[in-house]
Design a protein around this ligand. Structure first.
Ligand SMILES: Cc1cc2nc3c(=O)[nH]c(=O)nc-3n(C[C@H](O)[C@H](O)[C@H](O)COP(=O)(O)OP(=O)(O)OC[C@H]3O[C@@H](n4cnc5c(N)ncnc54)[C@H](O)[C@@H]3O)c2cc1C
Length: 268
């Protein structure tokens, strides 16, 4: 459980307090899945298939078909797949790439298009030998950096006696275009300052400029009640993902929305 916000004075205190409450109830803080995220996706796929479903990856949905206020299915290239329930899981800012804007109220369109994501730059470091001996998360406030020596939590994700670590520097969305290159250099410099032993031990780095880290930055003006809910008044249409209305931040929001979708669908 984690709330990442570039400017603390714009953070939603309510969402933060609620997240702390959930963490206290759960008795756990942030965690990392053993084997990496692909294990979770693999298990999900297996579970769908065991229950008679089919998972198609690398398949772009072109349109969600809505007729007379009801979902009828989706189109993929020229193929129509009929369905009376569709969960749209693309970030809300891109939702009209698959939905017809004219079929939604002005308020829905405004919410979808105006949610600000969390942006940032990240660097993965592949290291020739373990030089970072911290097992938890590395956090700095100014600039806002999050670091995770991932292979300390799960050694199977790096070759034996090697280390893998990721660092993320968060940038306010409105400054991302201007600052991303500078902040990538800044992040690299700061990581080497934090861990001088890294110098000369880095085998390779992967540097990413990320216009979207979390779909909705947890700002005071885009709390869960300001975002699009999981269920809207179009029969059979649901929304899941980290930019929609649910508690938490980032992956936590996505998980809560997925769970809400299941609850809504099972109600009927
Ligand atoms: C570097 C980095 C570190 C992060 N660390 C953390 C962390 O420590 N903890 C945490 O909780 N969160 C973290 N996050 C955020 C987390 O990854 C997201 O919150 C989460 O992935 C959101 O899930 P999602 O399903 O909403 O969206 P996504 O993971 O973005 O999935 C949306 C999917 O929709 C697909 N798609 C889009 N359009 C179409 C279409 N037309 N047809 C078919 N598919 C389509 C996209 O290809 C994509 O796969 C991190 C993100 C980044 C980038």
């Amino acid at each position: 459980m984690l709330l990442v916000v570039p400017e603390i004075e714009k953070a939603s205190a309510g969402e933060l307090i609620d997240l702390i409450k959930q963490a206290v109830i759960a008795g756990e803080g942030a965690g990392y899945p053993k084997g990496g995220w692909k294990i979770i996706l693999q298990k999900l796929k297996e579970s769908v298939e065991e229950n008679g479903g089919k998972v198609s990856t690398n398949t772009k949905v072109d349109k969600v078909i809505i007729e007379n206020g009801e979902v009828k299915g989706v189109t993929i290239k020229d193929q129509k797949i009929e369905a009376d329930k569709v969960i749209v899981a693309v970030p809300c800012q891109q939702v009209f790439s698959v939905l017809d804007k004219n079929k939604f109220p002005v308020e829905f369109v405004r919410k979808a298009e105006n949610i600000t994501p969390t942006c940032g730059v990240s660097i993965d470091f592949a290291i020739s030998e373990p030089v970072i001996d911290i097992s938890g998360m590395i956090v700095s406030e100014e600039p806002p950096i999050l670091g995770l020596p991932t292979s300390n939590l799960d050694p199977t994700i790096a070759p034996e006696n090697k280390q893998l670590a990721t660092f993320l520097l968060v940038i306010p969305a409105e400054q991302f275009a201007k600052r991303k290159d500078m902040e990538l250099n800044n992040l690299e410099k700061l990581v080497y300052e934090m861990f001088p032993k890294l110098k000369g031990k880095t085998l390779w780095t992967r540097k990413l400029k990320l216009p979207m880290v979390d779909g909705a930055a947890p700002l005071y003006n885009q709390t869960r009640k300001d975002r699009i809910p999981v269920k809207v008044p179009i029969k059979g249409l649901f929304f899941a993902g980290d930019s929609y209305a649910a508690p938490g931040g980032g992956g936590d929001i996505a998980w809560h929305t997925a769970r809400k979708c299941v609850e809504e669908i099972c109600k009927n």
